[in-house]
Design a protein around this ligand. Structure first.
Ligand code: PLP
Length: 402
């Protein structure tokens, strides 16, 4: 048995797909100690610097003393505390919805909600580049699946027609986690209305990052009324852990009664809830942090362009597509040697041949840091390309223009 696992690990190594855990010491700031070495952090989702903000950390510490370290039970047994209710009310108001339900994580929210809403005899329609938690939710659901081409409204409509009245749910990321592009929400909600089915949007990378006051892509498009289910995580811009689902009151009650990942899992610990509440307050008081985040994204994008690297994305997620897995890993190691940390992202997280350094900026990076990083990254990627056989590159998918 043991040797079989070792052999499978060796196969992963051969394909350049082996993964290992790196260790950060100290807080999640724009610079961190990675395996003991100081580096500029360019792959954290702590976009607004709330995870390491003194007020957020203080709120978590106070909540641990005032409530408890843990919630002690699932929410339907005895784990539902006043602080959970308060955060749900604040999030519903922030997102412009009637109701909100907290979940243990974004992964649990997506798997639980899709399983609850896409039932036997129905069809769930999902973008091919949706997050793994959405893919797994679709797999868990009893409904049939239709996977439409990335952001392709014609293909989606074709799927809706094929479903012949059985379509119950369209699900999409708003900001795609590995590409940083934005779903065509207006078109999606229009199709949903025409074919009479629900829309679920995952705002994991949009909340706190884009839209008016960081309210996300749904608010930016003004389609709150037409998006039936809005999912977001507390683990990214909001600097904590956990997730939430906004909906109308009936749908929220339905989820409390049917979402297995809510029913059969312990409620979020009070310190993580308090941290998210403090972060949400900071976001409402200091919306200029969101502007700084997007300005930093523009700075890094144009600095990369000056070094001949074109990145297709309009958000704080900048995918530097390298191509083969080995080349992405080599580029990551080369950049690390020069003090820049951008983790290589490989299949199955992204399609084969599109391995990349997925760069994410933070509001707390300085322009000088980002310009230096662009130079280091450009050299690292070129060096890695020279190292790995050039024949392995698929020109049409790689982002390098020089
Ligand atoms: C990160 C992410 C999730 C998972 O959220 P967690 O709270 O980290 O479990 C879900 N959806 C998308 C689009 C994500 O990027």
């Amino acid at each position: 048995m043991q040797s079989e696992l070792e052999q499978r690990l060796a196969e992963l190594r051969d394909k350049g797909l082996y993964r290992r855990l790196r260790v950060i010491s100290g807080p999640q700031g724009p610079r961190v100690l990675l395996d003991g070495k100081p580096v500029l952090l360019l792959c954290s989702n702590n976009y607004l610097g709330f995870a390491d903000h003194p007020r957020v950390r203080g709120a978590a510490a106070q909540a641990a003393m005032r409530y408890s370290a843990g919630a002690g039970a699932s929410r339907l047994v005895s784990g539902n505390m006043t602080i959970h209710r308060r955060l749900e009310e604040r999030l519903a108001e922030f997102k412009g919805y009637e109701a909100c339900v907290l979940f243990g994580s974004g992964y649990l929210a997506n798997t639980g909600v899709i399983q609850a809403l896409a039932r036997e005899g129905e069809v769930v329609l999902s973008d091919e580049l949706n997050h793994a938690s959405i893919i797994d939710g679709c797999r868990l659901a009893k409904a049939e699946r239709f996977i439409y081409k990335h952001c392709d409204l014609e293909h989606l409509e074709w799927g809706l027609r094929q479903a012949a009245g059985r379509a119950s749910l369209i699900v999409t990321d708003s900001v795609f986690s590995m590409d940083g592009d934005i779903a065509p929400l207006e078109g999606i909600v229009e199709l949903a209305e025409r074919y009479d089915c629900r829309v679920m949007v995952d705002e994991a990378h949009a909340t706190g990052a884009i839209g008016p006051g960081g309210r996300g892509a749904v608010a930016a498009a003004g389609v709150e009324d037409a998006v039936d289910v809005l999912v977001g995580t507390l683990g990214k811009a909001l600097g904590s852990y956990g997730a939430y689902v906004c909906a109308n009151r009936t749908l929220a009650k339905y989820l409390v009664n049917t979402a297995r990942t809510l029913i059969f899992s312990t409620a979020l610990p009070p310190p993580t809830v308090a941290a998210a509440l403090a972060a949400l307050e900071l976001l409402e008081q200091r919306p200029e942090r969101v502007e700084r985040l997007q300005r930093n994204a523009r700075v890094l994008r144009s600095a990369l362009a000056e070094h001949g690297i074109k990145v297709r994305s309009e958000t704080q997620i900048l995918p530097l597509v390298v191509g083969p897995a080995e080349a992405a890993t080599a580029a990551c190691e080369r950049a690390l040697e020069r003090g820049v940390f951008a983790q290589a992202i490989r299949p199955p997280t992204v399609p084969p041949g599109t391995s990349r350094l997925r760069l994410t900026v933070m509001a707390s990076h300085t322009e000088a840091e980002l310009r230096d990083a662009a130079r280091v990254l450009a050299q690292a990627v070129r060096g890695a390309q020279a190292e790995v056989a050039p024949s392995q590159f698929d020109e049409s998918r790689a982002a390098l223009v020089a």
